[in-house]
Design a protein around this ligand. Structure first.
Ligand code: SF4
Ligand code: SF4
Length: 348
């Protein structure tokens, strides 16, 4: 076995059903969902690819499945799915709105041995309720408390926009009081129902200021205050320029993971909404190796409008979902252009 383990994940939307109807959700409607047997076969399909990479390329892999929805806890078979994934050697996490997690549910999640539970919170009470529905804030907080009380690693995910960016400090303090392990911020992607909030997305200057502010919490907060946004990683670099013509970090779409939608459709990232196949049709390994869309995401020369010539390309590439959402708003189907919120690109 060579090198450090290669993290590979599938973000798996088991259902588009949800008990909430959030204004910024990127799911735009209901689609059919795979049954339990189809999901087992789909997990086998991904598992076969990983086994092949391990045995043929002598790679160490750290594969994980991130189960989400809609609301994944609405699936009656969620615990059978988690069991099956674990027995196939995957580490699993759950991404939930938290509102269905009473004490019994938290206990069952603990027994399922998930690595962590990520709960979405979108601001302080008034902001969260305005985005996710009246009463949802208190139900989400109860869910988080139930998870933390059982010792489950619990993280808060927050989608940042102009609606909540002024609440960051109080949200970090709230996360500390709740006893979660981390609070992670990601940018609003104006797609699906979220396209109606496009005027609430941050400008380039606001993105830069926001991630600089997040850094200030580092070392001061007793929990992890972070973001998986590629642009946040650049704010961390303090001018250090990585030398690589291969992607070594940044946007994960097609590099270290993909998304599977409720009906089995495979996409580079759910927020991109760009179908490249279906997990029920053919070999996942062949799709990963042969998809022209995935290869375009891996090659610098595919990009344009700044990213292609950027010194941060190998560790960033921007958020392809945001690039596509803004391009679509102008009638263009272009996921390889500028991330319009990037404060670092020279071309405007
Ligand atoms: S130009 Fe592209 S690669 Fe460079 S920092 Fe901006 S989004 Fe990232
Ligand atoms: S497209 Fe955006 S949301 Fe999706 S993996 Fe890349 S950075 Fe993350």
């Amino acid at each position: 076995m060579k090198g450090t383990p290669y993290d590979f994940f599938v973000q798996w939307h088991l259902t588009e059903r949800c008990n909430l109807r959030c204004r910024h959700c990127y799911q735009s409607g209901r689609v059919s969902e795979l049954g339990y047997e189809e999901i087992r076969r789909a997990i086998d399909n991904v598992s076969n690819a990983i086994r092949g990479w391990v045995t043929e390329y002598d790679m160490q892999m750290s594969p994980s499945l991130h189960f989400t929805g809609g609301e994944p806890l609405l699936r009656q078979d969620i615990f059978e799915i988690l069991d099956y994934a674990r027995n196939c050697g995957f580490s699993s996490s759950l991404m939930s709105n938290g509102t269905l997690i009473d004490g019994d549910m938290a206990e069952r999640i603990k027994e399922a041995q998930v690595s962590d539970v990520q709960v979405s919170l979108d601001g302080l009470e008034a902001t969260h309720n305005s985005l996710r529905g009246e009463g949802s804030y208190q139900r989400t907080l109860k869910g988080i408390r139930n998870l933390v009380a059982r010792g489950l690693e619990t993280n808060i995910n927050l989608t940042v926009s102009r609606l909540n960016m002024g609440e960051t400090g109080e949200l970090v303090r709230l996360a500390e009081e709740l006893g979660v392990s981390a609070i992670a911020f990601s940018r609003l992607v104006p797609t699906g129902r979220g396209s109606k909030l496009s005027n609430q997305t941050l400008s380039r200057v606001e993105v830069s200021d926001f991630y600089k502010k997040l850094r200030e919490f580092r070392g001061k907060s007793r929990i992890v205050v972070t973001s998986r946004d590629p642009l946040a990683a650049i704010a961390e670099m303090e001018g250090e320029i990585p030398q690589s013509e291969m992607p070594i970090g940044g946007c994960a779409a097609g590099i270290s993971g993909v998304t599977i939608a409720a009906d089995g459709t495979i996409m580079p990232c759910r927020r991109m909404g760009l179908p490249i196949g279906n997990i029920g049709e053919g070999s996942f390994r062949e799709l990963w190796a042969g998809s022209p869309v995935l290869w375009s995401l891996r090659r610098r020369e595919s990009y344009h409008d700044g990213c292609n010539s950027c010194r941060y390309w190998s560790v960033c590439r921007g958020c392809r979902a945001i690039a596509l959402a803004f391009a679509r708003a102008e009638g263009k189907e272009d996921y390889l252009g500028a991330d319009p919120q990037c404060p670092y690109r020279s071309k405007s």
